[in-house]
Design a protein around this ligand. Structure first.
Ligand SMILES: *Cc1c(COP(=O)(O)O)cnc(C)c1O
Length: 338
């Protein structure tokens, strides 16, 4: 087939699922010969509202039909204004989050690169601490804070200015949380350069679904505060309601300095990413971080529709938590079978 003869060997997911998909609706994917599959993968967290969600599709079709601007670099458009206003009223304000909103290029790794650049610029330091089994993306800055040896080796050059620390449960509770990290920070002989920032996922996705406890996250936020390190939460996969609340760190009650979002932010599987940060960190010069596809208006349209449809009350959050319990119960019952 053309996939084997023409498409690069780098292709991966299609190898595990030898089927050719044609259409999709809600939680079902259909192959070209009409076979239905229940899509538990959900675009690795990019399809939290399902495939071709009708409310989002309606908004997108209307926008396209009236020749709404599709591409606009970072020009002001009505679609971008509607998104920013809706994000402020449905997400930021109700949670009392003061963030400024940056549109990096439309992929997750772009949002992470922007976060790392900004943290280094704000603190005037190079070192960043990441965690074991972390995944933050495939471009060089993001790879440097990613754990996977195979993916790191793909860089072909040294990945520097990052130091891994044990994620929650990594040492099976044999050592008090952050004992090693705090010791290194306090000891001028440890060899750890004073970090500009710490980057963390509240639940590691690609690294194997490792869940950090809320108290571990609170202790990390406290450590960052005491040692003048910025806390970056990479909420690209676990944000947008994946764990229940809009931001995955809400349960822990922490307020990160910088937050990255992508995957389900457009709601429709359209590329889009955001880097959010405290206003005092907005130290960018105009155009200092740039990109041709920062103004992907169709994604702003579906993102706005997703917020309007699902995030004006707490129904979505409750529904996700209920579904989570249902899945957990079912899987536990399965594993309990002899
Ligand atoms: C998927 C993911 C990324 C990278 O996003 P891309 O759009 O693939 O560049 C970064 N961080 C986390 C936590 C992710 O799950």
């Amino acid at each position: 087939s053309v996939f084997e003869s023409l498409e690069s060997e780098v292709r991966s997911y299609c190898r595990g699922w030898p089927a050719v998909f044609d259409h999709a609706q809600g939680s079902r994917l259909y192959t070209e010969d009409g076979r239905a599959y229940l899509d538990f993968f959900a675009g690795a967290g990019a399809l939290n509202y399902g495939h071709n969600n009708p409310a989002l599709k309606r908004a997108l079709l209307d926008y396209l039909a009236r020749d709404g601007v599709t591409h606009s670099l970072d020009m002001a458009t009505t679609a971008k204004r509607a998104f920013l206003e809706t994000f402020q009223t449905t997400v930021l304000r109700p949670r009392d989050l003061p963030y400024k909103v940056m549109f990096p290029g439309p992929t997750g790794t772009n949002a992470v690169e922007a976060a790392l650049k900004l943290a280094r610029k704000a603190k005037g330091r190079e070192a960043v601490v990441s965690f074991t089994n972390a995944f933050h993306g495939m471009s060089l800055g993001s790879l440097a804070v990613t754990g996977n040896a195979f993916k790191r080796a793909g860089a072909g050059i040294p990945l520097v200015h990052s130091t891994p620390m044990p994620f929650d449960h990594y040492l099976d509770g044999q050592v008090p949380d952050f004992l090693w990290f705090e010791r290194l920070l306090a000891d001028r002989g440890s060899g750890l350069d004073q970090p500009a920032a710490v980057i963390v996922e509240t639940v590691q996705g690609e690294g194997g679904i490792n869940v950090a406890r809320p108290e571990w996250l609170r202790a990390l936020a406290d450590l960052c505060h005491r040692h003048d390190m910025l806390l970056i939460v990479d909420d690209i996969q676990m944000g947008c309601g994946r764990t229940g609340p809009f931001f995955s760190f809400e349960e822990a009650g922490i307020v990160p300095d910088i937050v990255t979002l992508s995957k389900s932010i457009s709601g429709y599987g359209l590329p889009m990413a955001l880097t959010l940060f405290r206003p005092e960190l907005d130290l960018w010069e105009p155009g200092e971080h740039n990109g041709t596809f920062r103004g992907h208006n169709p994604a702003f349209i579906t993102a706005t529709a997703a917020l309007d449809t699902y995030w004006t009350d707490d129904q979505q959050e409750k529904h996700t938590l209920t579904r989570g319990e249902q899945v957990e119960e079912t899987l536990r019952a399965l594993t309990a079978q002899p």
